[in-house]
Design a protein around this ligand. Sequence first.
Ligand code: ATP
Length: 305
Amino acid sequence: MLRGEELRKVYTSGMISVTKKVAVDRVSISIGKGETIAIVGESGCGKSTLVKMLTMQLPATEGEVYCSGEKLTGMKWKELRQHIVKFQMIPQNPDDAVDPRWELGRSVAEPLVLSGKYSRGEIAKMVPELLAEVGLGPEFITRFPHQVSGGELQRVVIARALALKPDLLICDEATSMLDVSVQSYIMSLLKDIQKKRNIALIIITHDLVFANVVADLTYVMFGGKFVEIGEDVFTHPLHPYTQALWDAAHYREMAVLPSEKPPIPEEGCRYFDRCAFRDDLCKEMQVLRNIDGRKVRCVHPLGYT
Ligand SMILES: Nc1ncnc2c1ncn2[C@@H]1O[C@H](COP(=O)(O)OP(=O)(O)OP(=O)(O)O)[C@@H](O)[C@H]1O
């Protein structure tokens, strides 16, 4: 359904001495209808930048995006907006998605109004239906954001995102600001909605257990590139970084992933300076190799050396 090919993003900053930051470096990614993928990796590795390029919220420095066979990169805005309205974001902080001065019903109705496709009567019928789909009653229509809990507000944001029948929902740390019991409720709600509506889900998360459980495929990112892609990657990690990420998340003693992070080398394996298994072979260009149904960017995959 949606595919990004060789996406690259270089951020430039500064007026006199211009600095360049390669946030994402020639990454390809695709997601099919009804599929769930998770993108994991430490802060700053390029997850959000990649997804923003894939969903056309941010122009790519290089690379192309295709949706159901049509090329979105280079498309005129009028035509492009018909596509991107089908990609809806559930943000980390639900407060960012609603106007604090508006009743919640108005926030849910807004995309329907802006689309110009529905009459007032139709919208008045659709808003309570959308709220019901996320388990909220019609009494929420006249409440304000400060009159509901964080979990309820996130459900309103989901209802609003569903209004224009999206093909893809992007959850960028969508539950990380909620307490643990509400987190699991919201995620199972999203999975139920996904099943019912056959929506694709992209989940950006620091919760590796959750990624392992919900995603059909997990993409592990390091230094602007994928280092491992597969199902259930944390059960038997093949890339040393995947293992280190898992260990770090579980506070275990380990030899890699130090708090002092060395700079990422531009040539060869990006994980070189942090890796306990490095040798001269790792200084050469690394490609994603197929191993046991996974894709791994490593010449010394764990368990194979
Ligand atoms: N607008 C920008 N201008 C300059 N650099 C940026 C900009 N946005 C992001 N970056 C840099 O690009 C890199 C990737 O950022 P990005 O937000 O994609 O990472 P991330 O993996 O999503 O991080 P997090 O998990 O903390 O959200 C970071 O080093 C970040 O500082």
